[in-house]
Design a protein around this ligand. Structure first.
Ligand SMILES: Nc1ncnc2c1ncn2[C@@H]1O[C@H](COP(=O)(O)OP(=O)(O)OP(=O)(O)O)[C@@H](O)[C@H]1O
Ligand SMILES: [Mg+2]
Length: 505
């Protein structure tokens, strides 16, 4: 005791077949602090966290000291008993279970042989009240939003007396308001003496919420800094090992004719009367709050859902897109937001995933040219710095960000004329982000038309020639590059400014 540290992990080495995921890494966390863990995709962040909750085994020589004592953690449940909890979306609770059951499973009060449900509900209600979480304890887990599921997992951690709570990219799929709520919660936890490990690729979040930052690179420990002694550029330098000054590096590209135009797009419950166009060489950003209808709009354009009203023109000619195959025939590519649901095939290999929709390029006389496919695949892996021991690795074994790069690579290889990117850099590290931006610029130079949905305003402002803003299913404004600033976009996104009221009603 008397020690300032809740956790000291040293000489942590984790090996997987063909991969040295952690290489003599360390992590020291002070009591009652928020500690950001940063690093490029595949740096070993999630792997290190899975050591702390007993999923990954470490090589001999490594030690984990928790609360001043050397510990061995054998499973997530063991971790929880010892005071370490991890809140993440993958370990999702049983959907049919109620909130109260999920929190108190295995710890219920018994009345003879019968579980006292009322008691669990009462205790859950007290706990949720104390933490200011407005969720009904009798609600089924499956009915909760992602944000509320996270909140319940946090509540559960607290009920176990957790002293260290791990959050792995908790804000990747929740709304702005929910992020605020989460940050309040994190601050309260810290004030009550709990330590938080916070993994994110969002720079701004680090400086908003973290007291200290540890950076990993290629499985190795690089540094631990106090957030006040480092700035964004310094942090990037530590993460990627080189300077990355202007990650957007936006170039002026000659803008040509209109390539794609959508007119009066309507699916009443999702969006109404939306019209805009994209020109050759142009990047049109789509801004809006989560739920504004941007992804829904693009899904309708791509033929995933059916339009109630509206028309599509490609180079001035009206076209019918009834299903995704029609869209692909018109050389439209769509990098969807929900990659696991609509994009990646996790049990298949890197090669299979990249090649999936591109096989026609590698067919000659009715036969697949495997050598050529492999060569191109190797090049793609290089180009996108996909961290994998080989192109034959299953995609499910890659880190989150590297899975994402596989998908981007597939669509780029298809050589589309019109590219729809929905949150193209979500979960991607800063180095790979700048690679993707460079690629977008290259494609724009080749005369492609690009639509980019993004929730990150710096990215919208950094990359777009024009920005279409939506609010609750309506287009509220179209801004030129010269008019772009954060406040203005937010005002349109919140529906406070609306240029299209008269014109469209
Ligand atoms: N079960 C596994 N089998 C094989 N390789 C694995 C396994 N888990 C992780 N890896 C590899 O270990 C390395 C580190 O992965 P990890 O998931 O820890 O990265 P990360 O820092 O969390 O990255 P991201 O920011 O993309 O989530 C990667 O190269 C990954 O492919
Ligand atoms: Mg990870």
């Amino acid at each position: 005791m008397g020690d300032n540290y809740i956790l000291k992990a040293d000489h942590i080495t984790v090996k997987f077949p063909g991969v040295l995921a952690l290489d003599d890494a360390q992590l020291h966390i002070k009591r009652g602090t928020v500690h950001a863990l940063m690093g490029e995709n595949g740096a070993g962040k999630s792997t290190l966290m899975k050591v702390l909750i007993g999923i990954n085994r470490i090589q001999p020589g490594g030690t984990v000291e928790f609360n001043g004592q050397q510990v061995t953690i054998t499973s997530p449940n063991d971790a929880l008993q010892q005071g370490i909890a991890m809140v993440h979306q993958e370990l999702s609770p049983i959907p049919e279970m109620t909130v109260a059951d999920n929190i108190y499973l295995g710890r219920e009060k018994m009345r003879g042989l019968i579980i006292d449900k009322r008691d669990s509900i009462r205790r859950a209600q007290e706990l949720l009240d104390k933490l200011n979480i407005r969720v009904d304890p009798t609600e089924k887990m499956k009915n909760l939003s992602i944000a509320n599921t996270q909140m319940i997992e946090i509540a559960k951690a607290i009920s176990y007396g957790a002293q260290l709570i791990i959050m792995d990219e908790p804000t990747s799929a929740i709304t702005e308001v929910e992020v605020k709520h989460l940050f309040e919660m994190v601050n309260n936890l810290r004030d009550s003496g709990i330590s938080i490990i916070y993994i994110t690729h969002k720079m701004d979040e680090v400086f908003e919420i973290a007291d200290e930052v540890t950076v990993l690179r290629d499985g190795q420990f690089i540094a631990t800094k106090s957030a006040s002694e480092i700035d964004k550029d310094g942090l990037i330098q530590l993460m990627v090992g080189r300077d990355l000054k202007d990650i957007f590096n936006k170039e002026t590209v000659p803008i040509g004719e209109s390539v794609l135009e959508i007119k009066n797009f309507t699916r009443k419950k999702e969006f109404r009367n939306v019209s805009f166009d994209v020109k050759a060489g142009e990047i049109v950003g789509m801004a809006g709050l989560m739920g504004a209808g941007r992804s829904e709009l693009m899904m309708a354009l791509f033929g995933v859902t059916k339009l109630e009203e509206g028309e599509v023109y490609i180079r001035g000619e009206k076209v019918e897109i009834k299903e995704p195959l029609d869209a692909i025939k018109h050389k439209i590519a769509f990098l969807t937001e929900d990659r696991k649901l609509t994009g990646l095939y996790l049990p298949l290999t890197v090669k299979e995933n990249i090649m999936m929709t591109n096989l026609n390029q590698f067919t000659s006389g009715g036969r697949l040219q495997h050598r050529k496919m492999e060569k191109v695949c190797e090049e793609e892996v290089q180009k996108f710095t996909i961290r994998t021991p080989s192109i034959k690795q299953k995609v499910e074994l890659l880190s989150g960000g590297n899975q994402q790069k596989v998908l981007v690579s597939r669509w780029m290889l298809a050589d589309p004329d019109i590219l729809i990117l929905d949150e193209p850099t979500r979960g991607i590290d800063i180095g790979a982000k700048s690679d993707i931006y460079a690629l977008m610029t290259k494609l724009a130079k080749e005369g492609k038309a690009i639509i980019m949905i993004s929730s990150e305003l710096p990215e919208i402002i950094g990359m777009s020639d024009r920005v279409v803003v939506m609010h609750e299913g309506k287009l509220t404004g179209i801004l030129d590059r010269s008019e772009l600033d954060q406040e203005r976009i937010l005002a349109y996104a919140a529906g406070e400014l609306d240029d299209y009221k008269e014109a469209q009603s």
